[in-house]
Design a binder for this molecule. Structure first.
Ligand code: SAM
Length: 233
């Protein structure tokens, strides 16, 4: 049982580009919390200024979370309400969030995740590819284990969703084409921003396009699952 006086940890999604993409409840929680843990304090400052949030901020990221967490758990136990945000989108989705949530749950503290922006879901929804069943793969390993991972996905019928950095997007499309075949796919680039772009087509078509000009901005890739065999007699 959680004591009445215990605090609460909120995991609060923030926009992936457009600063209007934040819920009314997220804004209220960020205003009412006693502390907001931020993966990137400068990006948080822009968001806070836009929405008139004056809550104290603290840097909290992969490099200090193990060291800072025991102190934060003590503050939560003493009754504080703390919110965690990542650089963009949903905390814990290829971003910090999981570690503190796990430790807080283990310490019997209330943890609540708010709904909100997530690049994977936005891209999948707009991709035109089946969204009834999908696998979120995050970032493919850059080197070791990359081809093994792709091999393990080859026969799965569910739609695949990947994050990728612009300097690796060409190689990733090439590797996806080689290991999965010429499947239907889409990328969402700079979604919700001024230069938002969707490209939908076969992987071979996306490859031609990505080779034609220098990749810029943030990309999320969606690839159809293993196509069903057509029964042509
Ligand atoms: N936590 C974030 C979320 O919920 O979407 C993801 C953070 S992850 C470190 C960053 C990756 O998300 C980028 O490399 C890119 O693949 C994807 N991404 C973030 N913003 C995006 C956007 N506006 N358009 C397309 N993809 C985006």
């Amino acid at each position: 049982m959680t004591p009445e006086s215990a605090g609460k940890l909120y995991l609060v999604p923030t926009p992936i580009g457009n600063l209007e993409d934040i819920t009314l409840r997220a804004l209220r929680v960020l205003k009412e919390a006693s502390l907001v843990l931020c993966e990137d304090t400068r990006r948080a400052a822009i968001l806070f200024q836009r929405h008139g949030i004056n809550t104290p901020r603290e840097a909290h990221h992969d490099f200090n979370e193990a060291q800072r967490t025991p102190h934060l758990i003590e503050r939560l136990k003493s009754g504080e309400v703390i919110a965690q945000i990542s650089e963009a989108g949903t905390p814990g989705i290829s971003d910090p969030g999981f570690y503190l949530a796990r430790e807080a749950i283990a310490a019997g503290i209330l943890v609540e995740a708010l709904p909100g922006a997530c690049a994977a879901i936005v891209t999948l929804t707009g991709s035109g590819l089946p969204s009834d069943r999908f696998i979120f793969e995050g970032f493919l390993p850059a080197k070791k284990g990359r081809m093994t991972r792709l091999e393990s996905l080859k026969d799965d019928p569910r739609t695949l969703v990947f994050y990728e950095a612009p300097h690796r997007i060409r190689r990733t499309i090439k590797d996806l084409l080689e290991s999965l075949g010429d499947r239907r796919a889409a990328w969402g680039r700079e979604l919700t921003k001024i230069h938002e772009e969707y490209r939908r087509g076969r992987l071979s078509e996306l490859q031609v396009e990505i080779e034609a000009k220098a990749p810029r901005g943030e990309y999320t890739l969606v690839v159809e699952g293993k196509p069903k065999k057509s029964h042509v007699s």
